[in-house]
Design a protein around this ligand. Structure first.
Ligand SMILES: [Zn+2]
Length: 495
């Protein structure tokens, strides 16, 4: 039957992994004139595909439905096939594969299925939704089609990333997300390390002890004299000052996380949900005692985490490798892991995880515990690598525009590149353009300006998105090969 369709539509390419037969119908995905469709074939008597919208094509005593990849058809597909819905991933190795353009999922799956990692295909923060001009549901829809196209049946997760308010949770639940990354960053008291003991005592008393279900005196007696054995015989034994400072710094973080977790579970008791806590965006690295304190308090408050993102030592800048003392990172990571084991074995989560090849080596060589790595911008950079190869003049325009936007757009990012080091597009020959994607300065300039490039800076300006999408669709093979190769490099060090 598939052959019949392909014979009648000679310019059509079949995605072979997508073919799925159930009792009454055959489903498969094709590409026609650089557009993708879901095709459903049914014998005339059966009616199962009624939920799908599309053109009905009759041939003899059977017919095909040619369905665009519309929001309605995405929802119908998720209703029909459970493997196209996001699920809970749990405490096993996982990779967050942010896909800002919505066309990288299939290549992500090609790389991931060679490993023992589970994919979090949809990974979407509220901030990034605004920059990409997409909805939370569109991001899930893109993942739905990716798993269908690849015939990936092992389950994927969907991560509502850096959620700060109850409204953020509502939005992500309604769109079908299953992982909820709580970001209580605003509640961190970074000044705690500079306070004297009198100030610390005052601050400690003023914490929301009711919400914490606790009293300062009980808190102190729980931690005073603590000796917790971690890895390699190391014993964590914080001073009284460290204990108080830790709670002053993170007490409100713990209370807020408890509130968000309770809101999620009480408001949506039937919605599958797993929780990550991210404290990665603080001034100073998370100390072992701070991690211990957060984990132990959340444990006392019955908040179960699937993962926690500390702020590790060294620099995790966007789009480039780790900068810092790798040996120190490895030692600390090992100790952080020992803390997770004491409180339920949740995963350590690496934010700004793109391109941290030396960190992957370090974690892979420990070969212990479970890890979650979050990536996003690096897939956009692979898209630009493809454009540099396939349409140099479009890439030149994007590069010049990115350079012009850099000083404004860089503000919310942790990066250190220098704009002057990135050459002007016109000074480079075509074959030199793609090498910019291997240059740290150029990578960061291109990385932080994605919102302006995709969406324009004024309302509806939409500068480059359509042209980029078209170029990638025309060069799908090259794009997906670039992505797969790139993610093989991300994943190999763990295996
Ligand atoms: Zn983060």
């Amino acid at each position: 039957m598939i052959d019949l369709y392909l014979q009648q539509n000679p310019d059509t390419k079949l995605y072979k992994n997508s073919v799925l037969e159930d009792e009454s119908a055959v489903f498969f995905m094709v590409r026609e004139n650089f557009q993708k469709f879901l095709i459903i074939h049914q014998s005339a008597e059966s009616q199962g595909a009624g939920a799908f919208e599309g053109e009905r094509i009759y041939t003899g005593n059977s017919y095909f439905i040619k369905c665009p990849l519309s929001p309605g058809n995405s929802a119908a597909l998720r209703n029909l096939f459970s493997f196209t819905r996001p699920v809970l991933i749990g405490k096993q190795n996982s990779y967050g594969l942010g896909d800002r353009l919505g066309n990288a999922g299939a290549a992500h799956l090609k790389a991931i299925r060679k490993t023992n990692f589970k994919p979090i295909l949809a990974q979407q923060s509220i901030r990034e939704l605004q920059r990409t001009g997409r909805t939370a549901r569109e991001v899930i829809d893109a993942a739905t089609w990716a798993v269908f196209r690849e015939g990936y049946r092992d389950g994927y997760g969907a991560d509502g990333d850096h959620l700060k308010t109850k409204e953020d949770i509502d939005l992500m639940v309604q769109a079908g997300y299953t992982m909820f990354t709580i970001d209580p960053g605003e509640y961190v008291v970074n000044e705690a390390i500079r306070m004297n003991s009198k100030q610390l005592e005052t601050e400690l008393i003023s914490l929301p002890w009711d919400e914490l279900g606790d009293k300062p005196v009980d808190f102190k007696s729980r931690y005073s004299g603590l000796k917790a054995e971690l890895a390699d015989g190391y014993v964590l034994s914080p001073s009284e000052q460290e204990i108080t400072a830790g709670m002053v710094k993170y007490g409100r973080v713990i209370a807020h996380t408890k509130k968000m977790a309770d809101y999620l579970h009480h408001t949506y008791p039937d919605h599958p949900a797993e929780l990550e806590l991210s404290v990665d965006e603080t001034d100073q690295p998370t100390t072992l005692f701070e991690h211990y304190l957060i984990a132990s308090e959340l444990n006392r408050l019955d908040v179960e985490l699937v993962s926690l993102a500390p702020r590790f030592c060294g620099d995790f800048e966007k789009g480039i490798d780790f900068r810092g003392d790798l040996e120190q990172f490895k030692k600390e990571y090992h100790q952080h892991l020992a803390i997770t084991e004491k409180f339920g074995g949740y995963k350590l989560s690496i934010h700004s995880g793109s391109d941290k090849f030396s960190v992957y080596e370090a974690i892979g060589s420990l070969n212990k515990g479970a890890v979650h790595v979050k990536t996003a911008g690096t897939s956009y950079l692979e898209a630009l690598r493809t454009v540099a190869e396939a349409d140099p003049s479009l890439f030149r325009e994007v590069l010049d525009y990115s350079k012009s936007r850099f000083e404004t757009d860089k503000k919310t990012y942790h990066i250190s590149c220098e704009l002057q080091k990135v050459p002007d597009a016109n000074d480079l020959a075509d074959h030199q353009l793609k090498k910019l994607l291997d240059d740290d300065d150029a990578r960061q300039v291109l990385h932080v300006t994605f919102g302006s490039v995709l969406n324009g800076t004024e309302r509806n300006e939409n500068r480059f998105k359509e042209r980029l999408m078209e170029c990638l669709e025309l060069n799908e093979k090259l794009y997906e090969k670039n992505l797969e190769t790139h993610f093989d490099r991300h994943l190999e060090p763990f295996n």
